[in-house]
Write a protein that binds this ligand. Structure first.
Ligand SMILES: *Cc1c(COP(=O)(O)O)cnc(C)c1O
Length: 388
C-alpha cells in the first residue's frame, strides 16, 4: 500500500538524536533552546516557544491572549479538530466560518459578514484561528485589516505551512497575526515525533508562553513572595496556573536536524504537486488553487472531483485507488460534523462551500520520499479510472 503520508528519518537525524541522548539533559536542555533560535531565524520572528505538540501550542496561545469563559473563538470549518479545541479548553464559546472554494481556507467575505452581524449582537470574537490548509497561506492582509476594525486577535495555525510565505512574508513571522503555531507531529513536513511551537513578536505574550509551558513556574526574584527567612538559590515559585507542555531535548535534536533540510523537503514536495497537476490537467479533477505571489508549504495534495464533468463518484475513485494499493486521505471533514459537535446548531446556508468540499474533496499521497515510480503508478491508476 502506498500511504498518503509518511515520515522520513535519515542518518543525520539518527546521529543528532543519539548525540542528544548521550548528553546531560534529556529535557529542556541545549537542543530545545537551539531549536527555538533556529525557528526564530527561519521564520523571522522575535520569539519562539517550543512545546510538546501543536495542540498544546494552540492551548497556551489562547491562554496567553487571555481567552476566558464566555469569550468567543472562531475558526474555519475545515481543519483538524485541534484548531477549535483550544478555545473549548479555555471555556470559550466557539463558532465556524465557511471556506472559499479556491484554496479551501477561511472565506474572508463570509468572515466579514459574520463580524458585521456579531458586532450588532455584541458577540464579537476575541480570537480567530486561521488555518493555512495544506500549507497554502490565507488572505492575511485582509484578515489583519478586519482584526483592527473588530478588535480580535489572530492565531495562525500553521501546522501545514512551515517554510510557506504569504506574499513576501515567511509564515511564522507574524507580520499579520499575534501568534503563529506549528506542529512537528510525525507526518508534518518537519517532525520531532510529537512536538509544536509558538512564534510571536510580542514580549509580553512570549513571557507568558514560557511560564504556561512549564507549570506557571518562575525563577525570577521579582515574582517571589516576601519571606522572613532567606530563600535558597534553587528557589522557584508558581505564579500562574500552567501545564507541563515541554518538549524533550532529543525531540528538539531530531526537529533541528530535519529543519536543516526543509528547503530540500519542500522542493521535493512541490515537484510532486506540479507533476500531479500537469498529469491531471485534462481530467475532471480540480486541484487547490495556489496564489502565485505567495508560496505553499506543500503539506497536502488536495483535489476535488468535478461532478459536473463526470458521472463517476468520489467514492468509486477512492475505492478504485484503494483496490490498487493507493491510500487516500481526507483533510478534513468539517469540524462541526464530528459527533462531539452534534449539539452545535449550524445554519447550513452559511456553509455551502464547506458542503461542496465535503462531498468532492480527497487527498492523494504526498511525502518526501515518494518515488518517481510510485508517482507514475498513482497517476496511471487515476487516469485508468476515468478511462474505464
Ligand atoms: C497536526 C495538526 C494539528 C495538531 O498538531 P499536534 O502537534 O498533533 O497537536 C493542529 N492543526 C492542524 C491544522 C494540524 O494539521
Amino acid at each position: 500500500m502506498i500511504p498518503y503520508a509518511k515520515h522520513q528519518i535519515n542518518d543525520d537525524d539518527i546521529r543528532a538524536v543519539t548525540k542528544s541522548l548521550k548528553s546531560n539533559n534529556l529535557t529542556q536542555g541545549k537542543e530545545v533552546k537551539l531549536f527555538e533560535q533556529d525557528l526564530k531565524k527561519f521564520c523571522n520572528s522575535k520569539f519562539a516557544t517550543v512545546v510538546n505538540s501543536c495542540t498544546s501550542a494552540l492551548h497556551i496561545s489562547c491562554l496567553a491572549l487571555d481567552l476566558k469563559r464566555g469569550d468567543y473563538l472562531w475558526t474555519t470549518s475545515v481543519s483538524f479538530v485541534a484548531s477549535v479545541n483550544c478555545g473549548l479548553y479555555c471555556g470559550a464559546k466557539v463558532d465556524f466560518i465557511d471556506i472559499n472554494l479556491n484554496n479551501y481556507n477561511i472565506d474572508v467575505g463570509a468572515l466579514s459578514k459574520k463580524l458585521q452581524k456579531a458586532k450588532l449582537k455584541k458577540k464579537l470574537p476575541k480570537i480567530i484561528v486561521v488555518v493555512h490548509l495544506g500549507g497554502e497561506p490565507c488572505e492575511m492582509r485582509k484578515i489583519f485589516e478586519l482584526s483592527k476594525k473588530y478588535k480580535f486577535k489572530i492565531i495562525e495555525d500553521a501546522c501545514h505551512a512551515l517554510s510557506a510565505r504569504y506574499k513576501k512574508h515567511k509564515i511564522g513571522s507574524c507580520k499579520y497575526s499575534d501568534i503563529t503555531t506549528f506542529s512537528f507531529h510525525a507526518i508534518k513536513n518537519v517532525t520531532s515525533g510529537e512536538g509544536g511551537a509558538v512564534l510571536t513578536n510580542n514580549q509580553v505574550i512570549a513571557d507568558k508562553l514560557k511560564l504556561l509551558r512549564s507549570h506557571g513556574i518562575s525563577f525570577e526574584k521579582k515574582f517571589f513572595v516576601k519571606r522572613r527567612f532567606k530563600i535558597l538559590p534553587t528557589h522557584y515559585e508558581q505564579i500562574m496556573l500552567g501545564y507541563n507542555y515541554r518538549m524533550t531535548d532529543f525531540q528538539a535534536a531530531l526537529a533541528r536536524s530535519q529543519l536543516k533540510r526543509l528547503k530540500e523537503i519542500v522542493k521535493k514536495r512541490q515537484k510532486i504537486v506540479e507533476y500531479y497537476n500537469s498529469a491531471f490537467k485534462d481530467l475532471p479533477l480540480i486541484p487547490q488553487v495556489l496564489d502565485l505571489k505567495s508560496k505553499s508549504g506543500y503539506h497536502l495534495y488536495i483535489l476535488r472531483i468535478e461532478t459536473k464533468k463526470t458521472n463517476k463518484t468520489r467514492l468509486q475513485l477512492v475505492n478504485y485507488l484503494n483496490k490498487n494499493n493507493i491510500q487516500v486521505g481526507f483533510h478534513y471533514i468539517p469540524i462541526f460534523t464530528h459527533r462531539y459537535f452534534k449539539s452545535f446548531r449550524m445554519n447550513e446556508k452559511d456553509f455551502s462551500n464547506t458542503e461542496v468540499f465535503s462531498k468532492t474533496a480527497f487527498s492523494l499521497p504526498l511525502y518526501n520520499q515518494l518515488s518517481k515510480k510510485n508517482l507514475r503508478y498513482i497517476v496511471k491508476i487515476v487516469k485508468d479510472f476515468f478511462k474505464k
